[in-house]
Design a protein around this ligand. Structure first.
Ligand code: ATR
Length: 282
């Protein structure tokens, strides 16, 4: 529908931002729910981030998403930060309240947990024995969300050991750090394998795991969604393992922002998935 002068405004701030699928995703929901609103991309350079964020309430924005490379730096421009975002040191969703205050949150982890819940109906997080590969921002959000979901122990495997050790120190508790070379051994005792590294992404080298040596009871998930079927997901599927691809995490992490800005709890559907997929296959 055409927007009016009272349209609700939101968007995504990144640098660059042209790769972002969020405008397509939120645009689908706006149309589907016939909302008088707009969600637009903003290419904002790092040095302009703070000023841009502080100007949003003055322009009547309901909020924004922030993406690479702003997730950490946006934190200091907030008036309030959720406990999750503070723990992760990064935000991806900003909600602006009626008094113009900026509330920063991080919904990446919730997006991951929701994508698992909605794809694996019998998943019980208290029986979950995950191996997480990687120690970047995505790994942080996922490890914290697994902790919050009640997972008893998490094995963390990263190429750079100091980085996984720092993650374990920051998030504390039930995290066992293992060197990259022990990945296969770690997976033998696990029931969920989660790739948060960029390996397998278009333009990056694949993640090499010999799935023929792995129990096919392990659920294999990948945060990479471009391509949707990464080499490890294809191999896992061939080996008879259940898989969850990275697209649903992207879709589910968007829900809380949309609900807060536009006043409707949106649904993740097959049609939405197909529509967003067309956006990066085009
Ligand atoms: P994000 O914030 O999206 O998680 P990131 O912070 O750049 O991105 O993290 C990328 C992850 O992919 C890291 O865990 C990185 O490992 P290092 O900490 O050792 O850099 C991992 N990664 C990238 N290329 C890799 C490679 N060739 N082999 C193994 N791990 C790799």
């Amino acid at each position: 529908m055409a927007i009016t002068g009272s349209a609700k405004l939101a968007g995504v701030i990144g640098w660059p931002v042209s790769h972002s699928l969020s405008p397509r995703l939120h645009g689908y929901w706006l149309k589907h729910y016939e909302i008088d609103g707009a969600y637009v991309p903003f290419a904002v350079q790092p040095e302009d981030l703070h000023q841009t964020l502080r100007a949003l309430p003055k322009m009547g924005f309901k909020g924004v998403n922030v993406t690479v490379p702003h997730k950490e730096n946006a934190l200091s421009a907030m008036d309030h930060v959720s406990e999750t975002a503070r723990r992760l040191g990064a935000i991806n969703t900003i909600i602006i309240d009626e008094d113009g205050f900026l509330w920063g949150d991080n919904t990446d982890g919730v997006g991951f947990i929701e994508s698992l819940r909605n794809n694996v109906f019998d998943l019980n997080f208290s029986d979950c024995k995950p191996v997480v590969l990687g120690a970047g921002g995505a790994a942080r959000a996922i490890v914290a969300s697994l902790q919050d979901a009640g997972v008893p122990e998490i094995q963390l495997v990263n190429r750079t050991l100091e980085r996984s050790q720092a993650l374990a120190r920051d998030l504390q508790g039930n995290i066992t750090v293992l060197p990259w070379g022990e990945m296969l051994g770690a997976v033998q005792n696990a029931n969920v394998l989660i790739n948060t590294t960029s390996l397998g992404m278009t333009g990056h080298e694949p993640l090499n795991i010999d799935f023929t040596n792995l129990p096919n009871s392990i659920l294999v998930t990948d945060v990479v969604y471009n391509p949707l079927m990464t080499p490890i997901l294809t191999q896992a599927l061939d080996n008879g393992n259940a898989i969850v691809d990275g697209l649903d995490m992207l879709l589910y992490q968007a829900k809380p922002g949309f609900a807060a800005w536009f006043g409707i709890e949106p649904k993740v559907t097959r049609k939405l998935r197909d529509f967003v997929l067309e956006g990066f296959e085009a």
